[in-house]
Design a protein around this ligand. Structure first.
Ligand code: FBP
Length: 552
């Protein structure tokens, strides 16, 4: 494939590995661990992988003295799972280099098009010449990705056939919270059966919601938010030049508002909704609309009939009335899957007939296309496909109506003209920033060390991320430690607890301190495109979220 000039230059970039991983390592075990919630239940469900200790790698200074005979030789399989995130290729490159550093004869197989590749035995051996073409590039096209959910014993057994055939010792699943949940289930299954196959995870997702005390961020968040912030900044500058449009920009990120918040901290828009705050304050759709309309009216009073509004894509699920509605719809869809096949009118009738009175009201307050979206599509993990719901349009239509009412009462004088944008897929396959390129390479390289030390049911963990990469800490975290029980597809399931925006955390607090000023005045910041070369502060900056969480 033809490479752009930037890609050619970028191919030569050497990710900066934490110094602890520069040579042989040994794993230091911590205390036995507990899950973050529902400990008794999780323990029962994961008798073989619950309570494992945290692992931290330290330099093995007397490794050379201990060496007797040849190092162990093993094969590893790798899977990309779920939505694309910048840096996935570097995880695979790091894993490959880590395996080869342990023993040149180690082999790496890539399962194709996501977890389905393991079940269907679709794979490719990843050789040096093949992967070299993908170093520091965005995308998941090296082996493809998919959203097949690995959860049934039949799938695990099919996987085992090819694992045995290729003499694979470990599977590394690069995925988000749902995929890592399934990695833990698979690890438990093989351990329970006493088959010597390790399963490890790597924290991927632009959404930034797979994080906790031990996993400081998921990869891809840094690059994706840099791309969106460039676009938001460009639009803000356009708005400030023409002074005639209000831009409603929906941002990807599924449930959590980490992406919207990070972009707000970078670009200082006039308004940014944070779904977690909407839920905490028990706000209705009308409350949000009234608040935005107030900002529009105040700016109009200053002669500014333009502005920028950031909308997190998961908003709808956080409005308490909608949340209740969606929960009932989820259970209804699990119980009556035939709803999905019904004609629109029949479907509407069926849904309305089965909803509680309160939920019918919430349902009927929505435009027909949003109603249909909510009662139809779920992804294989049972999530509402929020990317497909046009909340930005819904909000601006409602704001427009509200402003008309305010005009009649003499509370608003101005012109309101709205434009809409959705930034999501634009950012998922960008070439990884230096941070993501380094972080991903380290996650993969570290995963090879976890295989080597026999760990299973662990997530590759690289910490201390606000510091320069050579100071990063490397190790492994038992995945069961991140578990709690949640309602999925109508049943209680053990899952990794999703990290939502912490309203008491520094990133949100900093935003909250400044937002009144950003709303009334025009304080836009224009971050410009991701930079790969140049001064440290230009090309090696981490996200504001990470900065405020750790340093600020
Ligand atoms: P992951 O959790 O799999 O990383 O998904 C990220 C994401 O980009 C979400 O932000 C978004 O809601 C979803 O994927 C879109 O899914 P799809 O790629 O299937 O349209």
């Amino acid at each position: 494939t033809k490479k752009s000039v930037l890609q050619q230059a970028r191919a030569a970039y050497q990710p900066k590995l934490p110094s602890v991983l520069w040579g042989p390592v040994k794993a230091v075990k911590g205390e036995p661990t507990q899950s973050v919630g529902d400990q008794e239940e999780i323990k029962k469900l994961f008798p073989n992988t619950y309570g494992l200790p945290e692992l931290e790698f330290v330099k093995d200074t007397d490794a050379s003295k201990k060496k007797t005979g040849k190092p162990a030789k093993f094969n590893v399989g790798v899977i990309l799972s779920g939505g694309q995130a910048p840096g996935g290729h570097n995880v695979i490159c790091g894993l490959f280099d880590g395996l080869k550093a342990l023993n040149k004869e180690n082999r790496l197989y890539g399962f194709l098009m996501g977890p389905g590749g393991l079940v269907d035995h679709k794979y490719k051996e990843l050789t040096a010449s093949f992967i070299n073409d993908y170093r520091n590039t965005g995308g998941f096209d090296m082996i493809g990705s998919g959203r097949t959910k690995l959860e049934t014993p039949e799938q695990f057994e099919k996987g085992l056939e090819i694992i045995k055939e290729l003499d694979i010792r470990a599977i590394v699943i690069i995925g988000g919270d749902d995929s890592n949940t399934n990695a833990a289930v698979l690890a438990e299954y093989y351990k329970a059966k006493n088959v010597p196959v390790q399963v490890l995870g790597c924290p991927k997702t632009i959404d930034g919601d797979l994080k906790n005390e031990w996993i400081e961020t998921s990869f891809g968040f840094d690059t994706a938010t840099k791309v969106y912030s460039e676009l938001i900044g460009n639009i803000e500058r356009d708005a400030n030049s023409a002074k005639k449009y209000w831009h409603f920009m929906k941002l990807m990120g599924r449930s959590a508002s980490h992406i919207a918040l990070e972009c707000a901290l970078k670009t200082q828009p006039n308004y940014c909704i944070v779904s977690e705050e909407v839920e905490a304050k028990n706000m209705t759709l009308n409350d949000i609309v009234a608040d935005i309309a107030k900002v529009v009216a105040q700016r109009a009073a200053d002669g500014n009939n333009f502005g920028s509004v950031l909308v997190p894509e998961g908003l709808i699920e956080f409005i308490p009335a909608m949340k209740k509605l969606i929960a009932q719809l989820n259970d209804m869809l699990a119980e009556h899957p035939e709803i999905k096949q019904m004609e629109p009118d029949a479907q509407h009738k069926f849904v309305v007939d089965h909803l509680t009175k309160e939920n019918v009201e919430a349902f009927n307050s929505l435009p027909v296309d949003v109603q249909r979206q909510l009662s139809l599509d779920r992804d294989p993990h049972g999530n509402v496909q929020v990317s497909l719901i046009e909340t930005e349009k819904l909000l601006s239509d409602m704001v427009e109506k509200k402003l008309e009412q305010m005009k009649e009462k003499g509370e608003y004088v101005g012109k309101f003209s709205a434009l809409h944008h959705f930034f999501g897929y634009e950012g998922r396959c960008a070439d990884p920033s230096n941070f993501d390129a380094d972080y991903c390479y380290a996650l993969g390289y570290n995963a090879a060390q976890l295989v080597n030390c026999g760990a299973t049911g662990y997530m590759s963990s690289i910490r201390n991320l606000a510091k320069p990469s050579i100071q990063w800490i490397a190790g492994g975290i038992p995945i069961t430690m991140m578990f709690n029980m949640e309602q999925r597809n109508g049943k209680q399931k053990p899952v990794i607890r999703k990290a939502l925006v912490d309203l008491n955390g520094r990133p949100f607090q900093v935003f909250a301190q400044h937002r009144a000023k950003w709303a009334r005045e025009t304080c836009y910041v224009y971050p410009g495109p991701v930079q790969y070369f140049g001064p440290d502060e230009v090309c090696n900056q981490t996200s504001k979220t990470l900065y405020y969480e750790q340093e600020g």
